[in-house]
Design a protein around this ligand. Structure first.
Ligand code: SF4
Length: 168
């Protein structure tokens, strides 16, 4: 399988896969409402003000967008506005590390939670590459489906840009 093609799986899609399959489907099928979400705006402001001096937002092949990169120690950083840790955050960064490794670039990752003032380390561990391949296959199956996945438990919907679409 050409894992980075048809559809091209972005880092955001990996995060949505863990958060909500419906969110993944809507995003991948270009139902975009991100700009209407206050949380998205807050995230941008937080990330701009906390990390002013770093090399910002590096996009690679329109597939992954690294929030900033520390050239000295080869660490990529993902900034999360959230006030809770989510499994999808970890896998998003693992996917970036995996993707760059396939391109011959070895990096480690960190997730910065400015609201929590916490930084978490992320590395590819034994078995992760196989798991990422499974996740990619599953994502492709979901986004190619003509059926929109069911809504999640409403508790998970706080701050989601599709809230109005799903619940009104
Ligand atoms: S509002 Fe809830 S159900 Fe709808 S896409 Fe977002 S997280 Fe999923």
């Amino acid at each position: 399988m050409m894992i980075f093609e048809n559809p091209r799986v972005t880092g955001v899609m990996i995060n949505y896969y863990f958060h909500c399959k419906r969110q993944l489907w809507l995003f991948a099928n270009q139902i975009e409402m991100e700009h209407s979400s206050d949380l998205v705006l807050i995230g941008k402001i937080l990330s701009n003000s906390f990390y002013k001096d770093k090399q910002k937002e590096i996009k690679i092949e329109d597939l992954i967008a690294i929030d900033w990169l520390n050239f000295e120690d080869g660490v990529i950083h993902e900034v999360k506005k959230s006030d809770s840790f989510e499994e999808g955050h970890i896998w998003q960064v693992k996917y970036y590390i995996f993707y760059l490794k396939k391109k011959g670039v070895m990096v480690k990752g960190k997730i910065n939670y400015p609201k929590l003032r916490v930084v978490r380390d992320v590395e590819l561990e034994y078995g992760d590459e196989g798991r990422i391949n499974e996740i990619l296959s599953d994502i492709i199956k979901i986004v190619r489906s003509e059926e929109v996945p069911k809504r999640e438990d409403k508790k998970k919907c706080r701050g989601c840009s599709y809230f109005e679409l799903c619940w009104t």
